[in-house]
Design a protein around this ligand. Structure first.
Ligand code: FE
Length: 130
Protein backbone atom coordinates (compact mmCIF):
# COMPACT_ATOMS: atom_id res chain seq x y z
CA UNK A 1 0.00 0.00 0.00
CA UNK A 2 1.41 3.35 -0.91
CA UNK A 3 1.87 5.95 1.77
CA UNK A 4 0.21 9.28 1.89
CA UNK A 5 2.44 11.82 0.23
CA UNK A 6 3.48 15.00 1.97
CA UNK A 7 3.02 18.14 -0.09
CA UNK A 8 4.17 21.54 1.15
CA UNK A 9 5.06 24.74 -0.60
CA UNK A 10 8.71 25.66 -0.85
CA UNK A 11 7.94 28.59 1.48
CA UNK A 12 6.61 26.19 4.12
CA UNK A 13 9.71 24.01 3.76
CA UNK A 14 11.92 27.07 4.07
CA UNK A 15 10.30 27.96 7.39
CA UNK A 16 10.46 24.43 8.80
CA UNK A 17 13.96 23.39 7.79
CA UNK A 18 17.33 24.83 8.72
CA UNK A 19 19.08 26.75 5.90
CA UNK A 20 21.43 23.79 5.34
CA UNK A 21 18.57 21.27 5.28
CA UNK A 22 16.57 23.46 2.89
CA UNK A 23 19.52 23.92 0.56
CA UNK A 24 20.15 20.18 0.22
CA UNK A 25 16.67 18.63 0.64
CA UNK A 26 14.63 21.13 -1.33
CA UNK A 27 17.16 22.71 -3.71
CA UNK A 28 19.15 19.55 -4.48
CA UNK A 29 22.43 20.79 -3.02
CA UNK A 30 25.28 18.65 -1.74
CA UNK A 31 26.87 19.05 1.68
CA UNK A 32 30.68 19.06 1.84
CA UNK A 33 32.18 15.59 2.33
CA UNK A 34 32.97 14.73 5.97
CA UNK A 35 30.84 17.67 7.16
CA UNK A 36 27.80 15.76 8.42
CA UNK A 37 27.01 13.88 11.61
CA UNK A 38 26.50 10.47 10.02
CA UNK A 39 29.36 10.04 7.56
CA UNK A 40 31.35 7.65 9.72
CA UNK A 41 29.01 6.29 12.40
CA UNK A 42 27.82 2.68 12.24
CA UNK A 43 25.48 2.99 15.24
CA UNK A 44 22.44 0.74 14.82
CA UNK A 45 18.92 2.00 14.32
CA UNK A 46 16.90 3.65 11.59
CA UNK A 47 17.58 6.79 9.58
CA UNK A 48 14.54 8.97 8.88
CA UNK A 49 13.94 11.81 6.44
CA UNK A 50 14.73 15.05 8.27
CA UNK A 51 11.94 16.84 6.39
CA UNK A 52 9.00 14.43 6.91
CA UNK A 53 10.10 11.60 9.21
CA UNK A 54 9.75 8.83 6.61
CA UNK A 55 11.90 5.78 7.42
CA UNK A 56 14.64 5.65 4.78
CA UNK A 57 17.57 3.41 5.73
CA UNK A 58 18.38 0.79 8.34
CA UNK A 59 21.83 1.12 9.88
CA UNK A 60 22.30 -2.58 9.05
CA UNK A 61 22.66 -1.53 5.41
CA UNK A 62 25.22 1.20 6.18
CA UNK A 63 28.88 0.81 5.30
CA UNK A 64 31.99 2.98 5.37
CA UNK A 65 32.49 4.01 1.75
CA UNK A 66 35.38 6.33 2.56
CA UNK A 67 33.60 9.17 0.74
CA UNK A 68 32.66 11.21 3.81
CA UNK A 69 28.94 10.79 3.13
CA UNK A 70 26.69 8.23 4.80
CA UNK A 71 26.46 5.26 2.44
CA UNK A 72 23.97 2.40 2.33
CA UNK A 73 23.58 -0.65 0.09
CA UNK A 74 19.77 -0.55 0.13
CA UNK A 75 16.80 1.49 1.41
CA UNK A 76 14.78 0.15 4.32
CA UNK A 77 11.91 -0.69 1.91
CA UNK A 78 11.84 -0.47 -1.88
CA UNK A 79 9.21 2.29 -1.82
CA UNK A 80 10.96 4.34 0.88
CA UNK A 81 12.70 6.28 -1.88
CA UNK A 82 12.10 7.25 -5.50
CA UNK A 83 14.57 7.74 -8.34
CA UNK A 84 15.11 10.43 -10.96
CA UNK A 85 17.69 10.64 -13.70
CA UNK A 86 20.00 13.62 -12.99
CA UNK A 87 22.12 14.94 -15.83
CA UNK A 88 23.25 18.13 -14.04
CA UNK A 89 26.91 19.14 -13.62
CA UNK A 90 27.93 17.25 -16.77
CA UNK A 91 27.26 13.88 -15.12
CA UNK A 92 24.65 11.20 -15.68
CA UNK A 93 23.50 10.04 -12.27
CA UNK A 94 20.49 8.58 -10.53
CA UNK A 95 19.10 10.94 -7.92
CA UNK A 96 17.52 9.46 -4.78
CA UNK A 97 14.50 11.23 -3.27
CA UNK A 98 12.30 10.64 -0.24
CA UNK A 99 9.32 8.51 -1.26
CA UNK A 100 6.94 10.56 0.88
CA UNK A 101 7.94 14.24 0.65
CA UNK A 102 10.11 14.13 -2.48
CA UNK A 103 13.09 15.75 -0.76
CA UNK A 104 16.43 15.30 -2.47
CA UNK A 105 18.60 12.83 -0.51
CA UNK A 106 21.61 12.05 -2.70
CA UNK A 107 22.50 9.67 -5.52
CA UNK A 108 22.84 5.92 -6.04
CA UNK A 109 25.85 4.34 -7.77
CA UNK A 110 26.62 0.84 -8.97
CA UNK A 111 29.90 0.41 -7.08
CA UNK A 112 28.52 -0.68 -3.69
CA UNK A 113 29.20 -3.83 -1.70
CA UNK A 114 27.30 -7.11 -1.60
CA UNK A 115 24.50 -8.09 -1.43
CA UNK A 116 23.12 -5.41 -3.79
CA UNK A 117 26.20 -3.84 -5.39
CA UNK A 118 24.54 -0.44 -4.87
CA UNK A 119 25.95 2.57 -3.06
CA UNK A 120 23.36 5.05 -1.87
CA UNK A 121 25.44 8.16 -1.25
CA UNK A 122 23.23 10.28 1.00
CA UNK A 123 23.66 13.74 2.49
CA UNK A 124 23.89 13.56 6.28
CA UNK A 125 21.85 16.72 6.65
CA UNK A 126 18.83 14.97 5.08
CA UNK A 127 18.88 12.24 7.71
CA UNK A 128 17.83 11.93 11.32
CA UNK A 129 18.90 8.88 13.32
CA UNK A 130 16.35 7.57 15.83
FE1 FE B 1 10.66 12.99 3.41
Amino acid sequence: MSKRKVHKTEEEWRRELSPEEFQVCRLGGTEPAFSGDYGMTLKEGVYHCVACGNELFDAKAKFDSGTGWPSFFEPIRPDAVTYERDTSHGMDRIEVRCGVCDSHLGHVFEDGPEPTGKRYCINSVCLEHD
